[in-house]
Design a protein around this ligand. Structure first.
Ligand code: ATP
Length: 509
């Protein structure tokens, strides 16, 4: 299984398939507009998914806004004056290279499509188009997927093969880029702007054009002066925002990982240039730790500093926090030192002063900005992948049986407690209902279930990721105790019925 660290691609595909199926079956994530055949790149969160996502956003907000005195929150509009996107460079430059297949007409992001050719002299031993993150992983994929005929040839000529690899946006002279689906020839790469356009008001002409924001950051930059004027914060300080962003991605893929509508959680942290390196390191390390503290194991989480050549032209340094998903290692969050680029651009385009005057040092300057920018949906998906576990547990007759459980950190778990009467008689449902009401009144999410065998009820909660299941049984009426079962260890404690909330709160942390 992929979970156990095997890297074999088919078992990882299989694992992703199981995770997607569980998300649908249990109401975490549905395809948007499913009854009409869906719509590519858009997803809906069901009853369990919305709780999970909300918990994640609340924890982020608590940690970066409410528990700190140097960060304040903001909720800016999705549609902004189009001049914002000219100043930020999005109108001119927010594009991906795109290619089409001349044969099957499929469309791809050119920098993710690799053509791999293995030649001995002039003879082509293997040639294939593959979708991959780098030329190295492209070659691995071709080798893994090579059919028996090609495999035999590859093995035979192993030491003599000369490999040529290139992405579809950088095709060398005299080579052709191949389609990963049908091996047809791909067109030349051309630029495709990822911003969704809309129009404002009754008239649809060039003066009514507006864009759905492709990132939440610009709403923060445009309000930086308002925040300084209306609150007590002074550099070094941050503004945080959670909100929807839209990108017309050429190839939405990997479930919710690359969607066309998604949520971001972003901080823009304003500081003096001389402190920028220090704050950059602080945020890079703090954000990495945040994911680990919420249960992403460090063996699957990676902090990758960008090479100088990889940096965006305005960034002084950047690191990606990446997670090893079943479909490969991919970015969860980026932390960048964006220098004073954004505020300078807005000053230039709006004509408004973006400087800050420091009363103490009498210095006037445009602050540098450190930006930790995370994707809510990508984080939710990482926590779902991390939580998915298969193991064995005894059924009602004590026989070991396979079970699927979602090992969410208790703070993230959509339902914190489930309450069951052992049987649907002898006053047990009434006693269980009373505990259920108490737990709900305490503010913890709680689920009541009296249907079916107790073992099946436990299993349903294991799949939902509920950390604690409380059962009322015969003994409850003798000594006012209930059993409380731990999702992961299966250990059952007997505790006083009126201490359930206390017990759970202590363990949620
Ligand atoms: P990628 O290279 O994967 O397209 P990016 O580097 O363009 O991502 P940023 O512009 O840095 O992403 O956006 C910040 C965060 O927003 C990303 O780390 C990611 O978590 C999230 N994000 C960006 N694009 C998408 C998307 N299409 N679907 C879901 N989340 C996204």
């Amino acid at each position: 299984m992929g979970k156990e660290g095997k890297t074999d691609l088919s078992s990882r595909d299989d694992l992703m398939g199981k995770i997607v199926a569980l998300c649908k079956r249990r109401g975490f994530i549905f395809q948007s507009s499913e009854i009409y055949g869906g719509i590519n790149g858009f997803w809906d969160y069901g009853p369990l998914g919305v709780e999970l996502k909300r918990n994640l956003k609340n924890i982020w907000w608590e940690d970066v806004v409410r528990k700190r005195d140097d960060i304040v929150g903001l909720d800016a509009a999705i549609i902004m004056n189009p001049k914002v996107w000219e100043a930020s460079g999005h109108v001119g430059g927010f594009s991906d290279p795109m290619v089409d297949c001349n044969k099957c007409k499929a469309r791809f992001r050119a920098d993710r499509i690799f053509t791999v050719i293995g030649r001995v002299g002039d003879d082509v031993i293997v040639s294939a188009g593959v979708e991959a993150d780098s030329d190295l992983s492209a070659r691995d994929k071709v080798l893994i997927e090579a059919n028996s005929k090609t495999r035999h040839k590859i093995d035979h000529y192993r030491d003599q093969i000369k490999w040529v690899m290139f992405s579809a946006d950088k095709v060398p002279p005299n080579e052709k880029a191949l389609c990963p689906l049908c091996e047809g020839e791909l067109t030349e790469a051309r630029k495709f702007n990822l911003m969704f356009k809309t129009s404002i008001g009754a008239m649809e002409d060039s003066s009514s054009v507006a864009y759905l924001r492709p990132e939440t950051a610009q709403g923060i930059f445009c309000n930086y002066k308002n925040v300084l004027d209306t609150s007590r914060v002074r550099p070094p300080f941050g503004i945080a925002q959670i909100g929807k962003a839209f990108r017309n991605e050429i190839n939405p893929r990997n479930f919710t990982f690359r969607s066309r509508e998604f949520e971001q959680m972003e901080i823009e942290f304003f500081c003096h240039e001389s402190d920028a390196d220090k704050w950059y390191e602080y945020w890079r390390d703090a954000r990495y730790k945040w994911y680990i503290d919420l249960g992403l194991t460090s063996s699957r989480l990676r902090l990758r500093d960008h090479e100088k050549e990889e940096l965006a032209h305005y960034a002084a340094s950047c690191a990606d926090i990446e997670y090893d998903f079943p479909f490969g290692i991919s970015e969860l969050e980026g932390v960048a030192n964006r220098t004073d680029y954004d505020l300078k651009k807005h000053q230039e385009h709006s004509g408004k002063d973006m400087t800050y005057f420091d009363d103490q040092t009498k210095e006037r300057y445009i602050p540098y900005v450190i930006e930790p920018s995370g994707g809510v949906d990508r984080a939710v998906l990482a926590f779902i992948c991390e939580a998915y576990t298969e193991d064995e547990a005894p059924n009602d007759k004590g026989k070991m049986q396979k079970r699927v459980l979602m090992k969410f950190h208790p703070r993230l778990a959509p339902i914190k407690v489930a309450v069951f009467p052992l049987v649907k008689k002898e006053g047990m449902p009434e006693a269980a209902r009373k505990i259920y009401d108490d737990v709900l009144a305490s503010g913890l999410t709680c689920f009541y279930d009296e249907k079916g065998a107790i073992g099946r009820r436990y299993r349903r909660q294991d799949e939902a990721g509920t950390p604690f299941c409380v059962t009322v049984d015969g003994q409850t009426f003798e000594d006012q105790t209930v059993t409380i079962r731990d999702r992961d260890s299966l250990k059952q404690d007997r505790i006083a019925a009126d201490k359930v909330v206390e017990y759970v709160r202590e363990r949620i942390g």
